[in-house]
Design a protein around this ligand. Structure first.
Ligand code: GDP
Length: 191
């Protein structure tokens, strides 16, 4: 298995800067603010605070790159923060456009949703985008430690049309699903 512990923070990209060219496979992470994206990235890489957990939603938005010799993990800005000013929402859209239109070697998208809730309209929009853009994706349903076994066994009902091989229940607290997610990333990188 690839050694995720060698992943290190590389750079943050704001929309005012030129995005660097893609020169290795990229694995992108999307989800609404507070869904647990930073915690999941840290857990994957066995880091305490490589990605900043618990950042105030709506603060300056960036795309964060984490580098591994064979791939990059790309932390896209969180969406769906209700109180965000319109200008901030435009920033979010501009950043996403910059990223997805820059001819990158995107191997896999990891779409994060909160396992306790049905996917939000924004979650669905993000997943639809991956389908339409022909970007392979998995859904990582976060905070799985908050469900009991019975609930956990039926969370896939929130995704009636989704092949179950695409659904991974994960927890940054208990480590549930982390190895499955690593395998999905590894397969996507062709290893
Ligand atoms: P982000 O905004 O998507 O990057 O989310 P964060 O990683 O900052 O997490 C948001 C909040 O959810 C924090 O309070 C985390 O401690 C909590 N959290 C993240 N992952 C988990 C998890 O797997 N289980 C539980 N119980 N809480 C989590």
């Amino acid at each position: 298995m690839l050694n995720f512990e060698t992943v290190a923070f590389e750079t943050s990209f704001g929309f005012s800067q030129q995005l660097f060219a893609s020169d290795k496979p990229e694995i992108v992470f999307t989800g609404r603010s507070n869904v647990g994206k930073s915690s999941l990235i840290n857990k994957l890489c066995n880091k305490k605070s490589m990605a900043k957990v618990g950042q105030t939603p709506g603060k300056t938005q960036t795309i964060n790159f984490y580098n591994h010799p064979q791939f990059r993990l790309v932390d896209l800005p969180g969406y769906g923060y209700a109180k965000r000013a319109k200008s901030r929402k435009d920033d979010w859209g501009n950043l996403m456009e910059d990223y997805f239109q820059s001819g990158r070697d995107i191997r896999l998208a990891v779409a994060l949703t909160d396992i306790r809730h049905e996917p939000t309209a924004d979650d669905r929009m993000m997943i639809d985008f991956f389908v339409k853009a022909d970007i392979p994706f998995v859904i990582a349903a976060t905070k799985a430690d908050k469900l009991n076994k019975t609930e956990l066994a039926s969370f896939h009902k929130n995704f009636p049309n989704m092949n179950s091989s695409r659904l991974i229940a994960v927890s940054a607290l208990s480590g549930l699903g982390i190895d499955d997610l690593k395998r999905a990333i590894e397969d996507a990188c062709g290893n």
